[in-house]
Design a protein around this ligand. Structure first.
Ligand code: ATP
Length: 287
C-alpha cells in the first residue's frame, strides 16, 4: 500500500500578536492561506512496526525529530496501530522560512495515513492531534484560508482570496521565531486591519487585499536582518502590487494579478537571489 500526498506551504496575509499569555505562548490573530509551492510526500505502509523518514534536503532531520515522523508516531500511539510506514519527503518548501514547511509535512502525513490505513478520523480529529505537534499544524490539516487565533489553533474559515500570482523569496539569513517573539514589544504594536482584510477577501477586492498586507514581526526581523527590509523595498520598486513578510520570516512574498509582472519580478530577483519561486495562490481547503 502506498500513497502520495501534497503538502502546500502557507503564507500570512496578516499577522498580529495580541498578547503574551501566562503559559509563555502568545495569542495571535493572523490570516493564513496556502500557495502552490508544495512538498511531495510518499507514504509506503510497512508490516514491521517502525517509522522510516527520508528527506531530499540533507539538513532536515531524517529521524525522530522530523515533524512528519512525530505525526506518524502520534497517530500510531493514539490508535494503537502496529503497522509501520516509510515516509519519503521531496522537499520543495524552503526550510526555516516562515512558510510552515515542517507543519505542512506533519499535516500531510496525518491526512495521508488516515486515508491509507482507513482510520476514519474526521478532519477535526486530525487537526486536534496536529495541535500536539505544533501551533500551525491544525491549519495545515484543513488548508484553505482562515483567521487563526489563540496559539493559532482556533480557526475561522474565510472565502478563497482573489486569484493572483505569488512571488516568494527567501534571503539566506536564519531567523529564530522564539527570538523574534522575545524581542516583540506587544504593548507598542501597530495592529494590522484584520477586519478590513476579511472584508477585502470576502468582496474579492484585490487592491484592498494588497493595501492591508501587514505583519507585526517585520519590524523586529528587519532590525536584526536589514537585508530582509532592503529586499522588501526592492520588490515594491520592481512593481509588486503588495509585499509583506511571511510568519517570523525571513521569506518575503509579493502578489500580483498580472502574469507579465509576476515573471518580471521573478526574473529581476533570480539574478541575485538563490531561493525565488513564482506560484499561484491556492486558498481553498483540502478535499
Ligand atoms: P513556521 O512558519 O511554522 O514557523 P518555518 O517555515 O519557519 O515554520 P520549518 O521549515 O518548518 O520552519 O523548519 C523549522 C525547523 O524544523 C527546522 O530546524 C527543521 O530542521 C525542523 N524540521 C523538522 N521536520 C521538518 C520537516 N519535515 N520539514 C522542514 N523542517 C523540519
Amino acid at each position: 500500500m502506498q500513497k502520495i500526498v501534497k503538502a502546500p506551504a502557507k503564507i500570512n496575509l496578516t499577522l498580529d500578536v495580541v498578547r503574551k499569555r501566562d503559559d509563555g505562548y502568545h495569542d495571535v490573530e493572523m490570516i493564513m492561506t496556502t500557495v502552490d509551492l508544495a512538498d511531495r510526500i510518499k507514504l509506503v505502509s510497512l508490516d514491521e512496526d517502525q517509522i522510516i523518514v527520508d528527506v531530499t534536503k540533507g539538513y532536515v532531520p531524517s529521524n525522530e525529530n522530523n515533524l512528519a515522523y512525530i505525526a506518524a508516531r502520534e497517530l500510531k500511539d493514539r490508535l494503537g496501530i502496529k503497522q509501520g510506514v516509510s515516509i519519503f519527503i521531496d522537499k520543495q518548501i524552503p526550510v526555516s522560512a516562515g512558510l510552515a514547511g515542517g507543519s505542512t509535512d506533519a499535516a500531510a502525513v496525518l491526512r495521508g495515513l488516515n486515508d491509507m490505513w482507513e482510520l476514519g478520523l474526521s478532519i477535526e480529529e486530525l487537526a486536534d492531534i496536529g495541535l500536539s505537534i505544533g501551533s500551525d499544524v491544525p491549519f495545515c490539516v484543513h488548508g484553505g484560508t482562515a483567521i487563526a487565533r489563540g496559539r493559532g489553533e482556533l480557526l475561522e474559515f474565510l472565502p478563497t482570496p482573489p486569484p493572483c500570482w505569488v512571488i516568494l523569496v527567501k534571503p539566506s539569513v536564519g531567523v529564530s521565531t522564539k527570538d523574534i517573539y522575545e524581542r516583540l514589544n506587544v504593548s507598542e504594536l501597530k495592529h494590522p486591519d484584520t477586519e478590513g482584510m476579511v472584508n477585502a477577501i470576502t468582496n474579492q477586492d484585490f487592491n484592498g487585499v494588497c493595501s492591508r498586507l501587514e505583519n507585526v514581526m517585520e519590524k523586529v526581523t528587519f532590525e536584526l536582518h536589514p537585508k530582509v527590509e532592503i529586499l522588501k523595498e526592492r520588490l515594491i520598486q520592481y512593481g509588486a502590487d503588495g509585499v509583506v513578510m511571511s510568519g517570523s520570516g525571513p521569506t518575503i512574498f509579493a502578489i500580483t494579478q498580472n502574469e507579465h509582472r509576476a515573471i518580471r519580478l521573478y526574473n529581476s530577483l533570480k539574478g541575485f537571489m538563490e531561493e525565488v519561486y513564482v506560484v499561484r495562490l491556492l486558498g481553498n481547503k483540502h478535499e
